[in-house]
Structure formats: structure tokens, C-alpha cells
Write a protein that binds this ligand. Structure first.
Ligand code: 2BA
Length: 109
């Protein structure tokens, strides 16, 4: 069994959740926030048998889009003084950031 952790943009989260339900893949959705942009994103925890990993990754890949966001460096520095002369920069986000880990034990009591 594997644990797939997928961080996706909020705009893609509903479609991805629906796709998991349609494919009978069980997932848990957690509201999260990126450390860099500090914008909301959604983290899915998906426990799947080994033979469902590829299907799960394909669904995530098909559903998650790459987008460009404008980021003010002031958000990053949190400095009011620095924010005066900073120019917003474009940052490319996504599609999805995905980790696949081995599951040592799975219990469902
Ligand atoms: P954020 O940390 O808010 O990052 C948003 C986007 O900003 C990233 O998109 C990347 O393009 C850019 N970025 C992040 N850190 C940067 C830095 N130090 N310098 C320049 N640009 C930077 P993605 O790579 O698609 O990441 C989307 C979200 O996925 C991240 O939101 C974070 O929540 C998560 N993530 C990405 N890599 C991760 C990792 N290694 N571990 C845990 N979470 C990760």
C-alpha cells in the first residue's frame, strides 16, 4: 500500500475530489497553505493499493492545471518598508506537488 500526498490549487480541488469519488478512490481533503505564497491550497491524503498508484497519479495529473500568480515580494519579507519599492513578480504554480510513500501498516478500526 502507498500513501499519496497531493498538494493542488484550490481551483482544481473540487474536480479532483469528484474524480476520486467516480474512480472509487478514497481520499481525505485538508485545507492547507503554501509556505512561499501563503495562499490557500488543498492537500489530499490518498491511501491506495500498489496497483492503483498509476491510476491515481493519472487522475491528479489530468485534473491539476499550471497557473501563473502574481506575487508581491512584500508577502515574503513581511516588511512594510521593503514593500514600498518592490515590484510584483509572476510565479508559476502547479499543476500538483505529489509525494508517494510506502505505508508500513494500515488499520481501520
Ligand atoms: P507555495 O509554497 O506557496 O509555492 C507556490 C509556488 O511558488 C511554487 O509552485 C513555486 O513555483 C514557487 N516557489 C515556491 N518556493 C519558492 C522559492 N523559495 N523561490 C522561488 N519560487 C518559489 P509549486 O512548486 O507548484 O508548489 C505549489 C505548492 O505545493 C506550494 O505552495 C507548497 O504548498 C507545495 N509544495 C511544493 N513543493 C513542496 C515541498 N517540497 N514540500 C512540501 N510542499 C511543497
Amino acid at each position: 500500500m502507498k500513501m499519496i500526498t497531493a498538494i493542488v490549487q484550490n481551483q482544481d480541488a473540487n474536480a479532483l475530489g469528484k474524480a476520486f469519488v467516480a474512480a472509487k478512490i478514497q481520499a481525505t481533503r485538508i485545507a492547507s497553505k503554501g509556505g512561499f505564497l501563503r495562499a490557500g491550497n488543498t492537500t489530499f491524503l490518498i491511501g491506495v493499493p500498489d496497483d492503483q498508484v498509476e491510476q491515481t497519479l493519472a487522475i491528479i495529473s489530468e485534473t491539476s492545471k499550471t497557473r501563473t500568480q502574481i506575487m508581491s515580494p512584500a508577502w515574503y519579507t513581511e516588511s512594510v518598508m521593503e514593500s514600498i519599492n518592490t515590484v510584483p513578480v509572476e510565479v508559476q504554480v502547479g499543476g500538483a506537488t505529489v509525494f508517494v510513500q510506502d505505508v508500513e501498516q494500515f488499520h481501520h478500526f
